[in-house]
Design a protein around this ligand. Structure first.
Ligand code: GLN
Length: 314
């Protein structure tokens, strides 16, 4: 519970106005659907573990989740299979490389689930025996439960574009197959399709904030009180968000902000403050590493304004 929630929201609104002045960076352009995003779109939303909510800016705009699907897919795989089955296929160390670098760790595995190779691997682990439709339904229904409300959708144009321009992701998948990284019997095409579909899920900032709050609340959605993930996958997922959540900016983000977070090339960023709240920021202006300029700036200012997560106030 945030004791003076009104004052907290006032501070968030002040940070929002300050950060809105930032006009650096540009929209992702590798697919037309992202290139056409409103460059000045900007939303911030918060949901506490008690279900208190506040949002400001373009709060009804739905954006595709892109790489913010990675922690959710990892948590689904962990929840279904456990770490002893998941981690023989994916590492848990930061890569220090960009999100789609063609590189594997010394064991021939993707470095972690928060970059493309690891996320493709996690997609291969999600309910591989089900039909393609049921596998995607499993993921989409989980998003709905995490958000506790019907604010989750799917952008088919993004999916089709992702699939049409996915040479790098195909290359990553074949490289992993060459290294024997996938479970036996993995269908590469079905795995990649599921990964592209997950990137094309859409959500608004209030929905994303609730998802972050469900992670902050140990896997129980604060709006519905439904348990979506057990405690261990939730905690493991937050650990990897803290060390690997912002691609090759993860170390710097951990140093300056110190909170588990995940970014996506649509300009999505969500931050989890364990036992307190989830915060979602959406602004499609990206920096050179693919992180939202305003998202990172908002997170920095937030961490400076509040002594979250045991960090001393400066
Ligand atoms: N769809 C993008 C890709 O696979 C997602 C990457 C991202 O958000 N960083 O390349």
């Amino acid at each position: 519970m945030i004791p003076d929630f009104t004052a907290f929201c006032g501070e968030l609104a002040r940070l929002f106005e300050d950060v809105r002045q930032h006009r650096g960076g540009g929209v992702a352009s590798y697919i037309p659907q992202l290139a056409r995003a409103d460059v000045d779109g900007f939303a911030v939303a918060v949901c506490t573990i008690d279900g208190q909510r506040f949002s400001i800016g373009d709060t009804t705009t739905r954006y595709c989740v892109q790489s913010t699907c990675k922690p959710i897919n990892y948590a689904i795989a962990l929840d279904q299979l456990g770490i002893d089955t998941v981690h023989p296929h994916v590492g848990r160390e930061p890569s220090g490389h960009s999100f789609n670098e063609i590189t594997l760790n010394a064991r021939g595995l993707p470095h972690n689930p928060m970059i493309n190779a690891g996320a493709i691997m996690c997609a291969s682990l999600i309910a591989p025996d089900l039909s393609a439709a049921d596998r995607f339904d499993t993921v989409l229904q989980t998003w709905g439960k995490l958000a506790g409300q019907p604010s989750v959708g799917f952008d088919n144009a993004v999916f089709l574009s992702e699939r049409d321009t996915a040479d790098r992701n195909f290359a990553l998948a074949y490289f992993m197959r060459e290294n024997g990284a996938f479970p036996d019997g993995t269908d590469l095409k079905a795995t990649l399709d599921l990964y592209f579909q997950c990137c094309s899920i859409t959500v608004d900032a209030p929905g994303m904030a609730t998802i972050a709050a469900t992670f902050a609340n140990g896997g129980v959605c604060p709006l519905s009180n439904e348990r979506v993930f057990t405690a261990d996958p939730t905690k493991n997922c937050l650990s990897l968000m803290a060390s690997c959540g912002l691609y090759d900016f993860s170390g710097e983000f951990a140093f300056t902000v110190g909170l588990p977070a995940k970014s996506g090339v649509s300009g999505a960023l969500f931050i989890t403050i364990a036992d307190v709240c989830g915060i979602a920021i959406w602004s499609p202006r990206l920096d050179a590493l693919g992180n939202s300029v305003r998202g990172v700036e908002f997170a920095r200012r937030l961490a400076k304004a509040f002594a979250f997560d045991g960090l001393p106030e400066t």
